[in-house]
Design a protein around this ligand. Sequence first.
Ligand SMILES: Cc1ncc(COP(=O)(O)O)c(C=O)c1O
Length: 434
Amino acid sequence: MERRSFLKTLGTGMGAVAVTSSFDAGTVGRVEAATRAVATQTPLAVAENEDYWREVQQAFTVSRRMINLNNGYCCPSPRIVTQKVVDYTWQQEEAPAYTLARLLPPFREPVRQSLARVFGCDAEEVALVRNASEAMETLLLGVDLESGDEVVTTTQDYGRMRTALDQRRRREGIEVKMFQIPTPAERNEDIIEGFKEAMTPKTKMILMSHQINLTGQILPVKQVADLARERGIPVMVDGAHSFAQFQFTLEDLGCDYFGTSLHKWLLAPKGTGMLYVKRDRIKDLWPLMAAPERMDDDIRKFEEIGTHSEAPYLATGEAITFHNAIGAERKEARLRFLKDRWARRLAELPNVRIHTSFDPQMSCAIGNVELVGTEPSAMADYFWDKHKIIVVAINHAEFRGLRVTPNLYTTLDEIDFFCDIFEHIAKNGLPKSA
Ligand SMILES: Cc1ncc(COP(=O)(O)O)c(C=O)c1O
């Protein structure tokens, strides 16, 4: 039975903030209690502890009418996060001229600080933006470049980011050098070598994904950033998928710029992202929307976007609490366990290629599988039309297959059912009408 929501009033310097707590606001508490109960076990042992993950699964409002194995698109939030978006939205509606203009914005600051703690940087280096696209385009368009300057990236970096670079090519005459990485890559050296070979004295910037969205391949950011630093080249890291999927901090990357979506693996409200800019790089990076000169040195210049809802940003605080309640290492281990469960089983089939390494350094939640000779789009359509299973067909010039991405709420039964259907197709082919 749902209990009625009740209002709690917090005193603040600017006025009263109404905070609604509701019937299932204790969910995080239940997850925290479950985590305490497994605290002595290793993350790898917890990854297989279904009693624990059952508790986590209960925190979501996802529908079991369908099996969503496309969490690479963006992820559902736990119930508590969605509730907070609703709560903050109601507060905004009380009198936007006051609540949205004055009351709520200062509460971004604790969220900024919590994000900085998760990422391991200073809060004054963190901007709250709308998604990874906004974060990365701020970086890719915000650095001064001249005609003939070169930018290095891979052929598997995200389309929108390559489009941003291509627009600079068309507008300003920069050169974009793209190279291929192996699929799957089993050795960091092969990737590092590609970057090394592509860099020339004219290289002014590197764009690299921390994790390739098409295959789940994790790239060796630190080694590339170290190499680039020796040559005075800044590295812009597209961490749309890596942040809060697997455990790392800024120190593990050693880069000056990082952008991510928070509505992916942090499970934050839709329309949230994070931009990290190293303190001494802020001044020289132009924001996407103009900001006054007095803000030149202020990370908040990247947040000057006009009127927008504060609710998603504020409710990101709840998403961080949820993330911390599970713990980054346990989360990573579970996500890899889920990917390995389907990928190792399918890898046994004849005619199957897994385009994702099984090395834990190289992959986590995301995997890509090809049934050789079967059109990935036809398979994805069949999975949805016949079984209401969501997977994505990937058709890239260098490989093709289905991208499969479970999440913390995914049950083993759902994964096994997906594998049963895949096996059936591998054995019998797709039905003629599919
Ligand atoms: C590697 C990569 N970068 C950037 C993005 C853009 O993320 P968003 O749509 O949240 O801006 C995505 C989205 O899937 C992605 O996979």
